[in-house]
Design a protein around this ligand. Structure first.
Ligand code: TYD
Length: 217
């Protein structure tokens, strides 16, 4: 029996709609019979969650921020994501490598090359199988953030210019690897986005799990 595990990541500006859709995507996949690990970056491990607290609330240099994002990523990748994929479990990760290219490479202006070097070192050429990018203009996204408890975090407090650079860097990632990305228009009504998500997820199930569901060949 063929066991193929799919590594799905979710990306987008703060406020673009990820948080609304994550529980829906998890539920959809589980209902389709997918054995799923759902996690997030930065975070997903005890060390990663401790780093997340620092990253979201403690002022630091841009390079320090990039290194801590990759430290959290390495811990999650080696201890949770890689073992899960190796066992045939699907992984849904709320943000991953593209966020570093977008936020640290673009937003913090560290540039693509600096992030690529860290990417090569930590991920060793492995990329997500599918990335869902929730795309929204920064001025619209801004109106939706900071509504949670505790007020806006370090990233949510950034300027519109910062988020324009983040969005631009995301679009460059899409242009460089169009087959991996699905760009979802975050300004559409939730049900319209979920219609599209359902079709994308069904395609993935057909592509990755089709040979292992009910087939013993
Ligand atoms: P986010 O998913 O927005 O958290 P929330 O649950 O509060 O919506 O992620 C936290 C922040 O981390 C987000 O502003 C983007 C930032 N981030 C980076 O800057 N670089 C990265 O590599 C990652 C993974 C996240």
């Amino acid at each position: 029996m063929r066991q193929s595990a799919c590594f799905i990541t979710l990306e987008g500006l703060d406020g673009a709609g990820k948080s609304t859709h994550v529980p829906w995507i998890e539920a959809w996949l589980r209902q389709a019979g997918v054995h799923l690990l759902s996690t997030r970056e930065p975070g997903g491990t005890p060390l990663g969650e401790a780093l997340r607290e620092l990253l979201l609330h403690q002022d630091m240099q841009a390079r320090t921020e990039a290194l801590l994002m990759f430290a959290a990523r390495n811990e999650l990748w080696q201890t949770r994501i890689q073992p899960a994929l190796a066992q045939g479990q699907w992984v849904l990760c709320d943000r991953h490598i593209d966020a570093s290219y977008a936020y640290q490479g673009g937003g913090r202006a560290l540039g693509h090359e600096a992030i690529r070097q860290l990417d090569d070192w930590v991920m060793q050429g492995r990329t997500p199988d599918c990335t869902l990018l929730f795309d929204l203009a920064p001025d619209l996204a801004r109106r939706r953030v900071g509504r949670g408890e505790g007020g806006p975090d370090r990233f949510e407090q950034e300027s519109t210019a910062f988020f324009l650079r983040v969005r631009q860097a995301y679009h460059e990632r899409v242009a460089a690897d169009p087959e991996r990305f699905h760009v979802l228009d975050g300004s559409l009504p939730v049900h319209a986005i979920q219609d599209r998500l359902g079709r994308i997820l069904q395609q993935l199930v057909d592509q990755f799990a089709g040979h292992s569901n009910g087939s013993t060949s």
